[in-house]
Structures are given as C-alpha cells and as structure tokens.
Ligand binder design. Structure first.
Ligand code: TUI
Length: 313
C-alpha cells in the first residue's frame, strides 16, 4: 500500500530511512534497519576513512539488503570518506550539514543514489537541478545539527518546490508521524531518535535511558551564536555552554567546548558532561524495542491512524 516511488528508486520495502547519527549509527544498526525493510545508514560523522571502510565491510557481512552511508560535510575527512564510498560502491548516500554539490558527478558516475538532507527550499531546488535522486527535508525538531524551520512548515514548501521524492525528517517516531508526513507531501520518512531506543543500537545504556526519561521540553538548541545550531538534551554540558556564551566566549571557544562531547555521551555514557543529541520527539518514546518491531509497529498501525482521521471528521 505504501510502496512509494521512493521504494523502487532505493530498492527497499518500506519508505523508512534511518537517520545517519554519528557514533550511534554503526554497521549493526544500519544492517538491522535494512534487514527490517527500511534503509539503514552508517553515520560517518567525523570517522577517518579507514574506520568507515571497515564499518562498510562489516555491514556487508550483516545484511544482503541495500544500505547507505551518511556523510557529514563538515567532517575534516570528507573528501577521503567520499572516495571510500566510491571504492566500496555504496548504493546510497545521504549528506548533512552542507551542500554536497561538488561530489555529485563522481557519485552519479558509479550509480550511487544521492539524497542530501536540507533545511531550506532554496537548497532543495538547487540540488534537484544538479541531479540528486531525492531530498530529505529536516525540520528543527530533529536532534543534532539542525536548520530553523519546523517539519510542519518545511515539508509542504519543499514538496511544492521540487519534483523528486521528498523524505520528511524531524519529530517522526510512530505511525501518526508517518501519516502526517505523507499528508504534507513526503513519500517517506527519516527516523533517528526512535532508533536510538532500539535493542540493536550500540549507544551506551545511559544515552538510551536519557531518551526514555526525556519529556517534551527536555532539549535545547545550543550554538545559535556560532552558526552551528545543535539540538541536545539539557544537562551540565549545556548549562556550562550557556554560561560561557553569556560571559562572551568567542565562537572558536564555544566550538572547542563541543568537540568530542558526542562520543563521550554515546560511547562512554557520560550524559552529564557529554552532548546528548536527540530530537524533540524523545518525550514520546517510553520503551526499547527491536528495530524490526519499531518498523512493523509503524507500518501495521497506519490504517488505524487513517481510520481515526475519518472518525474525527
Ligand atoms: O547533519 C545533520 N545532523 C547532525 S550532523 C552532526 S555532527 C556534529 N557534531 C557536532 C557539532 C555539529 C555537528 C550531528 N547532527 N543533519 C542534517 C542537516 N543538514 N540538518 C541541517 C542541515 C543543513 C543545514 C544547512 C544542510 C545544509 C545547510 O546549508 C548548506 C548551504 O550551503 O546552504
């Protein structure tokens, strides 16, 4: 019923794409999502190229299905990492935190599908013109590095502006969000936060517990002044950061404060001094489930959500 054009383009069963979360989205999570019928992604974040290559090779042993890599364009290794993706003939890449334009010709040459994450209509239109295969339109409800527009406002505006498939991201974690995204003009969804609270996600238990404990107002956006807004759970780190900001710290000092903080939260479980990047929908997530259950629950409940709308009319 929901086998959209996007599913044919990507060769997947369900139009559910996993967020490419740095330090969280390993080969294990990517393979679990792809095995469950969605599109799993390895989050390259700031990974050195050799580490990414090992991770891609591991994913190939864990799934026979299509999977992809998310490339964070602010990474110091971005050029080398693009080369690894080309060498390994990765089927799909998503990109974040920038404009992937310069890499598109080389990726198209080997048939890799390119799906940039954007947070504005202007960039979506520009990237459609230079040949990307689909667009992930990410609202400011998302965790991590974000834009300024909410999912509710961004999706219909991008859907009207481009002809390629639009994938909605930001604030989606169940069948209600899935249906809403499709109603706004998307052909699929990207889900991050819900997959953090999964059995297959390798994040430290403290990080997963922080998701389960989060309420609707538990996150805050840091870095607005430095031009790199990042949504994270409020903790000692964000309070220290805000104090530094108030005391007139320079953008360089503030950027320096964030360095390495995602890793200590995700991998070491230091959710007080680390950067706990998570979306606003965390307040709705109350349990840890397998990736397969997360995807099956979403797909199963879609008719109930649609019938519920009819009943309210
Ligand atoms: O990239 C993300 N989310 C991320 S990346 C990340 S790693 C990081 N670590 C520490 C500090 C900062 C980042 C954590 N979360 N999402 C995709 C995304 N891309 N959201 C927004 C954008 C975006 C923003 C501006 C894409 C393009 C853009 O403009 C580029 C241009 O040239 O107009």
């Amino acid at each position: 019923m929901f086998k959209s054009k996007l599913c044919s383009i990507l060769n997947i069963k369900y139009p559910i794409i996993q967020g490419g979360m740095a330090w969280v989205a390993t080969a294990e999570l990517a393979a679990a999502v792809s095995n469950a019928g969605g599109l799993g992604l390895i989050g390259a974040g700031h990974m050195p190229p050799d580490v990414l290559r090992t991770e891609i090779q591991k994913a190939k042993t864990l799934t026979n299905k299509v999977f992809g890599v998310n490339i964070m364009l602010m990474s110091p290794f971005v050029k080398e990492v693009m080369q690894v993706v080309i060498d390994e003939k990765v089927a799909v890449i998503t990109t974040g935190a920038g404009n992937p334009g310069e890499y598109i010709p080389a990726l198209k040459e080997i048939g890799t599908k390119i799906i940039p994450v954007v947070a504005s209509v202007a960039l979506a239109k520009r990237l459609e013109r230079i040949g990307v295969d689909a667009i992930i339109a990410e609202g400011q409800e998302s965790g991590g590095h974000i834009g300024e527009i909410s999912t509710m406002s961004l999706i219909p505006q991008i859907a009207d502006a481009v002809s390629i498939p639009v994938i909605a991201a930001g604030g989606i974690a169940d069948s209600r969000g899935f249906v809403a995204a499709l109603a706004l003009g998307a052909q699929g969804v990207q889900i991050g936060t819900r997959f953090v609270a999964s059995l297959e996600c390798i994040a430290h238990d403290n990080y997963k517990t922080a998701v389960l404990k989060a309420k609707d107002r538990s996150t805050v956006v840091t870095g607005i002044a430095t031009g790199h807004p990042v949504r994270v759970i409020t903790n000692k780190f964000t309070r220290d950061y805000e104090a530094m900001e108030k005391n007139g710290a320079s953008p360089e000092e503030l950027e320096g404060m964030g360095a390495g903080k995602l890793r200590i939260a995700v991998r070491e479980g230091d959710v007080d001094n680390g950067s706990v990047m998570i979306g606003q929908i965390a307040g709705m997530i109350k349990n840890i489930k397998s990736v397969d259950d997360i995807i099956q629950d979403i797909m199963r409940d879609i008719p109930t959500v649609l019938n519920g709308i009819n009943e309210n009319l």
